[in-house]
Ligand binder design. Structure first.
Ligand code: NAD
Ligand code: DAU
Length: 335
């Protein structure tokens, strides 16, 4: 079995590679990543020496390069994590989100059609459903919830999802889609809430909480997400969408307070709200649970404790990002 994992130098993609190394040591993995600011090859340093692992620096929207790699490697399965993933950046500069998230996805699927794969899996997000009100805790996103996006990021991910389903219906491409809630865990780029707050708390910087801090996210430990994707690849039905989430809703203030308590210090600063800020996300994971037997295994208290411990024990990983040293690692390894 040969898998292409795109975006594998990012947060979830790298965790997925580590997960696969343990769960399926016989798989051959080719990681395709263009190493944007969010891609960190140092994260993958331990697997780079592995003979069944190959890293290729490539932009998924570069048609010629992608087709050449498919021709050379002939993958069985493609799992697409590669994306511009940060909402705040999409508000400042939407264009690159369309280029990578929409065009890049279509280039990958064109290559899948041309060379044939047994599965193209698109890693999507609960943000495609828009948001839910805070005063209706009875409401959840199901796979039937209409797409209703708020940010250029979520609009680009929803566009990609529509394209994926269109390639299935029009060309018969064997696709699946997973729509996951907020992930947390090791190796997340420190522009996102949890690693940023840990870094700032440790370094005595203010913790910037947007708006009133009451926005709610449904937090899922990254390894539980990786297990869900693996299960969808094994047992998921082609042409189907699966919601992945944890019934683990927390307000941003609750999350930040947990970090302050664990680090032992931290100074909250309320700052201007994010434009178009989604109020609440909440996934109903009934379908993946009933059909594939998936349930989140990591309670938030345990997952956040081990995550904070990981960042505190791996300050070098974070400092290399802030100093920019991580950007030179590719040249050091590949010349
Ligand atoms: P990330 O920003 O940490 O990593 C993205 C990776 O994609 C980076 O390594 C980057 O270099 C690479 N990349 C970006 N543009 C590329 C291009 N044109 N060609 C090749 N590689 C490119 O993102 P993440 O948080 O790991 O998210 C991974 C996927 O999961 C994304 O598709 C995201 O939409 C989705 N998702 C994320 C979350 C979350 O909580 N982080 C939740 C649900 C879904
Ligand atoms: O729901 C899944 C999505 O989760 C993924 O599709 C995205 O790729 C991922 O980035 C994440 O999006 P969010 O916008 O929810 O994550 P972020 O970490 O940026 O913010 C989480 C919440 O915290 C959100 O309500 C905004 C708030 N926030 C964020 C930052 C960075 C703050 O209050 N202060 C901050 O400094």
């Amino acid at each position: 079995m040969k898998l292409f994992v795109t975006g594998g130098a990012g947060f979830i993609g790298s965790n997925f590679i580590f997960y696969l190394r343990k769960a399926h040591p016989d798989y051959q993995i080719v990681c395709l990543d263009s190493l944007t600011y969010a891609g960190n090859l140092m994260t993958l340093k331990d697997v780079l020496k592995d003979p069944s692992f190959r890293f290729v620096k490539i932009d998924i929207a570069d048609r010629a390069a992608v087709f050449a790699l498919f021709e050379e490697e002939k993958p069985d399965v493609v799992v697409n994590f590669a994306a511009e993933s940060h909402v705040d950046r999409s508000i400042k500069n939407p264009e690159v989100f369309l280029q990578t998230n929409v065009l890049g996805t279509s280039v990958l699927m064109d290559a899948c059609r041309a060379f044939g794969v047994s599965r193209f899996h698109q890693v999507s997000t609960d943000e495609v459903y828009g948001d839910l009100p805070l005063d209706r805790p009875d409401l959840f996103f199901t796979e039937k919830t209409p797409l209703h996006t708020s940010s250029p990021y979520s609009a680009s991910k929803a566009s990609a999802d529509l394209l994926v389903m269109a390639y299935h219906r029009t060309y018969g491409l064997p696709v699946t889609i997973s729509r996951c809630s907020n992930n947390y865990g090791p190796y997340q780029f420190p522009e996102k809430l949890i690693p940023l707050m840990i870094f700032n708390a440790v370094n005595g910087k203010p913790l910037p909480v947007y708006g009133d801090g009451k926005n709610v996210r449904d937090w899922l430990f990254v390894e539980d997400h990786c297990r869900a994707i693996d299960l969808i690849l094994q047992k998921g039905k082609v042409g189907e969408v699966y919601n992945v989430g944890g019934h683990n809703e927390k307000s941003n203030l609750e999350v930040v307070q947990t970090i302050i308590d664990a680090v032992g210090k931290g100074d909250i600063r309320f700052v201007k709200d994010r434009a178009g800020h989604d109020r609440r996300y909440a996934i109903d994971p009934k379908k993946i649970s009933d059909e594939l037997g998936w349930l989140p295994e990591t309670p938030f208290a345990k997952g956040i404790e081990s995550t904070i411990r990981w960042y505190l024990a791996n300050e070098d990983w974070m400092n290399d990002i802030f100093s920019g040293a991580y950007r030179t690692y590719y040249d050091k390894i590949f010349g």
